[in-house]
Design a protein around this ligand. Structure first.
Ligand code: G6P
Ligand code: ZN
Length: 619
């Protein structure tokens, strides 16, 4: 009998039961629905689309899942799938969607359908469960999330598919799914099946048809095991008892909260008061569950910071928690801050790399065998990787591009144990312990760095802070000033005009044709990528403009269209400037980069073409 387990309060003690629903598989006529092409990370639409409020969207979930199952079956030699996980981030429509999906999967003869108790799992936890639960028996996972996009009526819902190693399905899969969705004539489901009790005890089974059974699984097990393999939980527990060590975690009412409670409170022994907004809510408490300086405003303030990342000097440093962190709606993104010190995601990645000795997962192998960042992330990682002699890769935006690299042993020294570190400017950090970015992993990585930095500091002496670590890092390697402007919900045509202008005038044209300015445009290219493992290629992954200041300093600005929005287009402008001179490191990034931003915006005619005077968000 599997152990029983209670997710939220309430002791569960009864023996898991088995219920037979005796439903019948049926095939239902449907019509293809346009627009089901998954983006960077699954298909995201307004929830009303999924709910099929409009007659034109009738059977939206069923159509999408049928196309997904058909694609997965093609990849399974045409055979029905044996085991799939279905879990979501808990947003509005989560549980209704699970019930619909279960029926479609049962109609398609999927033998085992695993659902976490409560229906909620963070994205990294799903990835871990696909990899290791019952020896990695699951062939994939259907993840119900629109990640950091808001949830609730009028907001976003999304579905994505993760394959056997726990990695998001690649473009080949999503394109095949899309093609099927345009030709779909019927979907399979079951009739006469009552809904599954998502809060049943772990181990409870519901036999939907003869050939298809739902089992309620423990959401935490596999994930906890994978984190314990990466970090020294006993050491962290002791460290957290030291005077002056305190941590604040903001779950943004997403799926990460219960996992943070399990790790930080139950295992590491931090007080409950370390957790903010850690109860999942269907509308994320009406917040925008994206952990950045704008949307995690309360945490940012509590860490003694202003919205531009600079410090609020009037707050007493010693009264601020040592480490602050926030995760997004599905628990895979992270924001890291120390007292009066915001750590940009690109810096965080570089610093984790430079401090690999503090993280057992890497230390066991004498350091990561390889590291990677998405192209728009800053080159802070590259500088460390070079100094520490670690192979470093730059990939297109999207976690899936790290998958091949981290699964490849041959690329490195061929040994079985090839730990890998990767991250993105979009607040994603993680390693090869799973195949998704991992918000809590980043929190534990920083706790481990702080623990190591303080191991020789005697009781009673001031502790080494995040700020100390960051400043020392910049002093040693130089600082990559970095920030991002987002123009959200721009009309698609105008967004394309901006991109076309850059392409036509500068990439294919001539940079010297640019109107002159203080900061000189010296180069332009469009990023494309060839995967070094399987040779696959991806083009048009961002337009890179290179600049030169009168002082001789260089900088770059990248323009890219977001792949995760659900309405219109989002233009992202990424700004980066390297500064070796330590005396200039204290400036706030948006200030240091302001003239570069203005110069780039005027070159690409942002205001003329989009009508936008200023960005929606600066992070
Ligand atoms: C998701 C993916 C990330 C990616 C990000 C980019 O969060 O999981 O890997 O970096 O989207 O989002 P964007 O909106 O810039 O396409
Ligand atoms: Zn996410």
């Amino acid at each position: 009998t599997p152990a029983t387990f209670a997710v939220r309060g309430g002791a569960s003690s009864s023996v898991p039961s088995s219920t037979s629903l005796g439903a019948t598989a049926i095939e239902v006529d449907t019509k293809p629905i346009e627009g089901m092409r998954p983006g960077t990370s699954g298909l995201r639409k307004k929830v009303e689309v999924w709910q099929a409020v409009d007659e034109a969207n009738k059977n939206y979930v069923e159509n999408f899942i049928q196309s997904l199952v058909d694609t997965a079956m093609d990849n399974n030699e045409g055979k029905p799938l044996d085991t799939l996980i279905v879990a979501g981030d808990g947003r509005y429509f989560n549980n209704e969607a699970i019930q619909i999906i279960v029926k479609v999967l049962a109609g398609n003869g999927v033998k085992n359908i695993w659902i976490p108790q409560g229906g909620i799992m963070s994205t990294p936890a799903v990835s871990a469960a696909i990899r290791t639960l019952e020896g990695g028996k699951a062939q994939g996972g259907i993840v119900l999330t629109a990640s950091h996009n808001p949830g609730g009526p009028g907001e976003d819902f999304g579905i994505k598919y993760n394959e056997g190693y726990g990695q998001p399905a690649g473009e080949e899969f999503t394109e095949a799914l899309y093609a099927k969705s345009l030709e779909l004539k019927t979907f399979k489901t079951v009739e006469d099946a009552s809904d599954i009790d998502l809060n049943a005890d772990v181990g409870t089974t519901f036999e939907i048809t003869d050939g298809s059974t739902v089992t309620i699984i423990d959401p935490f097990d596999s994930y906890m095991e994978s984190l314990k393999g990466c970090f020294d939980f006993d050491g962290l527990k002791k460290f957290c008892q030291r005077d002056g060590v305190s941590i604040l975690y903001d779950g943004m009412h997403g799926a990460g909260g219960p996992f943070a409670k399990k790790v930080l409170v139950d295992e590491i022994g931090l007080p409950e008061s370390s957790l903010l907004r850690s109860d999942p809510r269907i509308d994320f408490g009406k917040c925008h569950p994206d952990p950045n300086l704008t949307y995690a405003a309360d945490l940012v303030k509590k860490m003694g910071l202003k919205a531009d990342g600079s410090s609020e000097e009037s707050v007493d440093f010693d009264s601020i928690p040592m480490l602050g962190a926030a995760n997004d709606g599905d628990g895979d993104r992270n924001l890291i801050a120390g007292a009066q010190c915001f750590v940009t995601p690109s810096d965080s990645l570089a610093m984790i790399c430079d401090n690999w000795e503090a993280i057992p997962h890497f230390a066991k192998a004498g350091g990561p065998k390889g590291v990677a960042r998405s192209m728009p992330s800053s080159a802070a990682l590259d500088v460390v990787a070079e100094a520490r002699d670690i192979p470093c890769f730059s990939t297109p935006t999207g976690w899936k591009f790290f998958g091949n690299l981290m699964s490849s042993k041959e690329m490195f020294d061929g040994t079985d144990y090839t730990p890998f570190l990767c991250g993105e400017e979009s607040f994603g950090t993680g390693s090869d312990h799973i195949r998704e970015k991992d918000g809590l992993w980043a929190v534990l990585a920083w706790m481990s760095i702080l623990m190591k930095a303080n191991e020789n500091v005697p009781e009673g002496e001031p502790l080494v802070s995040v700020k100390d670590i960051v400043k020392n890092h910049w002093a040693k390697y130089g600082r990559h000033f970095y920030c991002r402007y987002d123009y959200e919900a721009v009309e698609s045509d105008s967004a394309n005009e901006v991109m076309d202008l850059i392409r036509d005038s500068f990439v294919n044209g001539d940079v010297s044709s640019a109107e002159s300015g203080d900061i000189e445009l010296v180069g332009a290219e469009e990023f494309g990528y060839t995967d070094p493992v399987d040779g696959s290629t991806t083009s048009k992954q961002g337009l890179i403009l290179s600049f030169k200041y009168p002082s001789g300093d260089t900088a770059r600005v990248i323009f890219r269209l977001s792949g995760t929005g659900s309405a219109g287009a989002t233009i992202r402008m990424y700004l980066e400037k390297f500064e070796k001179d330590q005396s200039k490191h204290d400036e706030a990034a948006p200030v240091a980069l302001k003239s570069l931003a203005d110069r780039a915006l005027s070159l690409v005619k942002m205001t003329e073409l989009t009508g936008r005077e200023s960005p929606t968000v600066i992070t």
